[in-house]
Design a protein around this ligand. Structure first.
Ligand code: ASP
Length: 323
């Protein structure tokens, strides 16, 4: 059997607290990935390796951690003796990292993200079960010849392009924004060849090398809401002379990506200064589908946070010299 490599990045799954009766009083990103693996008896004796790539509360996720993670993935996935990779992560920005990884990965091997809503010290910690499931999914997928990026949480497997956090404190905190899970492990255990309820998602294949720039282009997110008069957009543009001036804006619109007329006017002023604008929605499910005559690109099913990552990658590709 080939190895599954587990890359630890922190999060609540590695969190510790001092009062087990109040599980939400804890500090994220404390335990080493080796301790998390040791807490899962079902993984004992399996061909596994682990590596601590970062140790962050994922609310603080950013480019340097993504660079370390993608460098580790590039190195590990290239190894002949590795079947797949599991990444332990915080839940807060898991959807952004998942989206990034599926955009870059060539889809040759499975990359499975997992997390927890309760810290490792909670009596009913969900991390050990999620980690066990993630390793099983990585192995089963590799055995089926499947590759790509998925997330495993609370017994369900979600596409890395669709997964999102939809509850701030429930154990079952993720869904696919209207897209069904690839598998429900409660129903039938980890699926084998024919058991996946949906096809695994195709990766973007942009390549890990896109992460080599030291500083990514600045893309910010703004929201349309009552009284959204565009003041924040004008303020962002006024700082444009800074070394990391604004290059892109994702606007989380109302409903199907509609915008307050005054915010829209400000976005057009920003666009006239060269800022690329993408339209997404603040609504949890459904996204913004492209329509004839759209002035700005529609972000499709992505959340606004995922669309921000996508626009960063899009701008990086425009900068990349042709080879
Ligand atoms: N703040 C934590 C994190 O995202 C929350 C979690 O993991 O559930 O790292």
């Amino acid at each position: 059997m080939k190895n599954v490599v587990i890359l630890g990045t922190g999060g609540t799954i590695a969190g510790t607290g001092t009062d087990p009766t109040r599980a939400w009083h804890y500090v994220a990103a404390q335990r080493h990935i080796g301790e998390l693996v040791a807490a899962v008896p079902e993984l004992a004796g399996e061909p596994l390796e682990w590596e601590q790539v970062a140790q962050v509360d994922s609310k603080d996720m950013g480019w340097p951690v993504w660079q370390a993670l993608t460098a580790a993935l590039a190195r590990v996935l290239a190894r002949e003796d590795v079947a797949g990779v599991v990444v332990t992560h915080g839940t807060d920005t898991l959807e952004e990292t998942a989206w990034l990884l599926q955009a870059l990965h060539d889809g040759g091997k499975p990359v499975v993200l997992t997390a927890a809503m309760r810290p490792a010290t909670a009596p009913d910690a969900d991390g050990p079960g999620n980690l066990r499931d993630a390793v099983r999914v990585a192995r089963a997928a590799a055995a089926d010849g499947l590759g790509g990026v998925v997330a495993v949480m609370a017994g369900r497997v979600w596409s890395g392009a669709a997964v999102r956090k939809v509850h701030s404190h429930a154990i079952d905190a993720f869904d696919g924004g209207g897209e069904a899970p690839l598998a429900d492990l409660h129903d039938a255990g980890v699926p084998l060849a024919s058991g996946w309820s949906r096809a695994w998602p195709v990766c973007g294949g942009l390549g890990w090398a896109l992460m080599s720039v030291p500083v990514p282009p600045r893309v910010e997110v703004v929201m349309s809401h009552a009284d959204a008069d565009g003041w924040v957009v004008d303020a962002l543009c006024a700082r444009d002379a800074s070394p990391r001036g604004l290059r892109g804006l994702v606007v989380a619109g109302t409903g199907h990506g509609t915008l307050h007329e005054r915010l829209e006017a400000a976005l057009r002023r920003a666009e006239a200064r060269g800022v690329v604008v993408w339209r997404s929605t603040r609504v949890a499910c459904g996204g913004v589908l492209p329509r004839d005559g759209d002035h700005w690109s529609a972000a499709g099913p992505m959340t606004a946070a995922q669309a921000r990552v996508a626009l960063v990658l899009d701008l990086l590709q425009r900068q990349r010299p042709a080879v």
